[in-house]
Design a protein around this ligand. Structure first.
Ligand code: GLU
Length: 447
């Protein structure tokens, strides 16, 4: 790496030494776009990179709520409105106990480039709380969401900032957040996406991230004259993204043989198919954060505790759970298993050392900010549905989603080729996303 990227990475390190996840993504993106920075001295002269790595606005607030026994709890709420060069801030809310500014900022920074790749008019933002909804009653989750929105409502709106779901925030949470937003503002409008179908939600939004991942993966295989038919796939997680990914993989004739959670993984050599796929939704709804009941329910499936699914041999690996779930150790296992492709469905699931090792050993990587952009792309379609007071059919949505994913793959492929990097989708995604945001920022002046 030259000095150009390093000087900005050093600035981020100096200002945010205690946010390793944020520094990880800043380092990854800026290292990739070094050739672009070299080709555009005007970016340097206008302080574009310093501006880009600093959120436009960060909000932190107190979220007090009362549990079912009358006990008071206080959580921290966050919204980082990172970049609005391309449109209103857009990105999910994550409710998980490990949430702190470093996590929200890493997600917000990634979101800028992901959203840019969709080609749609959306900026980047992210928010959340260190509240963990698992094990809480519906009434507790509702009171928490109402308290969270009692502060957040003044910062968001259909043309300002449009939050959605992420880990720990699904249809139930979005419903409660929307109800409180409407009550406080007296406006029925698309200030949130991922809503239920009866109140402005988009048909197909729940499947969108997973479907998009598989459309992107299909394009990766196509590049090598390959198809998904008959491929064995190892995935992690068992939530919404995993569910959508498995559904679409099955449609394309691939066989998925694992699901997982933080306690271990389930191996189902018969394949997660038919009613087993929708059973994932029941598992999720049970709120106990376990995937092992799958192995109790289906005869040939077994639960392997305290292990990650990456040890299972397969043609394709798709991490769908969380950041840094594939370490260098895991990458070595994946290479030893003879894998050809890894496609990231979760945000930043592969550590930088693991990415480097996989690339060196010929594994083709589909990076998250490109491959999982189908979720936020459909959120933007939901925003336009709400603005038009209309309703799009699932077919209309899937059709647009597929076109968007094919286009994202093409952009990554082309950007990588233009800079002489061959077929490097990781670099291509960073360069193509960065260039689009940078062009808009240049045009909009120093703000
Ligand atoms: N949380 C999702 C993501 O990581 C979706 C964001 C959205 O729909 O706004 O892209």
């Amino acid at each position: 790496m030259g000095n150009l990227a390093q000087q900005y990475i050093d600035i981020a390190k100096e200002h945010y030494p205690h946010e390793p996840e944020f520094l990880e993504t800043v380092t990854e993106v800026l290292t990739s776009v070094e050739p672009l920075l070299e080709a555009h001295p005007e970016y340097i002269e206008s302080g574009l990179v310093e501006r880009l790595i600093e959120p436009e606005r960060g909000i932190q607030f107190r979220v007090p709520w009362v549990d079912d026994n009358g006990k008071v709890h206080v959580n921290r709420g966050y919204r980082y409105e990172f970049n609005s060069a391309l449109g209103p801030y857009k990105g999910g809310l994550r409710f998980a106990s490990n949430v702190y500014p470093g996590i929200i900022k890493f997600l917000g920074f990634e979101q800028i480039f992901k959203n840019a790749l969709t080609g749609l008019p959306i900026g980047g933002g992210k928010g959340g709380s260190d509240f963990d909804p698992s094990g809480k009653s519906d009434a507790e989750v509702m009171r928490f969401c109402q308290s969270f929105m009692s502060e957040l409502y003044r910062h968001i709106g259909p043309n300002t900032d449009v939050p959605a779901g992420d880990i720990g925030v699904g249809g139930r949470e979005i419903g409660y957040l929307f109800g409180q937003y409407k009550k406080l503002t007296n406006r029925y409008e698309g200030a949130l996406s991922g809503k239920g179908l009866t109140f402005g939600g988009l048909a197909g939004r729940a499947e969108a991230t997973g479907y998009g991942v598989v459309f992107f993966l299909r394009e990766m295989l196509k590049h090598f004259g390959d198809t998904l038919e008959g491929k064995t796939v190892v995935v992690s997680g068992y939530g919404n993204v995993t569910w959508g990914t498995i559904k679409k993989l099955n449609e394309f004739g691939a066989k998925v043989i694992t699901i997982s959670n933080h306690e271990g993984y389930v191996l189902d050599k018969d394949g997660v198919e038919g009613d087993k796929v929708d059973y994932l939704l029941d598992l999720r709804a049970s709120g106990n954060r376990k995937c092992s009941p799958y192995a109790d329910k289906y005869e040939n499936a077994e639960f392997i505790p305290d292990k990650k699914p990456w040890e299972v041999p397969a043609d394709i690996y798709i991490p769908c759970a969380t950041q840094n779930e594939i370490t260098l150790e895991d990458a070595k296992q994946i290479v030893a298993n003879g894998a050809k492709y890894l496609c990231e469905a979760a945000n930043m699931p592969t550590t930088p050392e693991a990415v480097a090792y996989l690339k060196e050993n010929g594994v083709i990587i589909g990076p998250a900010k490109a491959a999982n952009a189908g979720g936020v792309a459909c959120s933007c379609i939901e925003m336009s549905q709400d603005a038009q007071h209309t309703f799009f059919t699932p077919e209309e949505v899937y059709d647009q989603l597929e076109k968007i994913m094919v286009n994202i793959h093409r952009q990554c492929e082309e950007a990588s080729a233009v800079y002489g990097l061959g077929y490097d989708l990781v670099a291509g995604a960073n360069i193509a996303g960065f260039e689009r945001v940078a062009n808009a920022m240049m045009a909009e002046g120093i703000v």
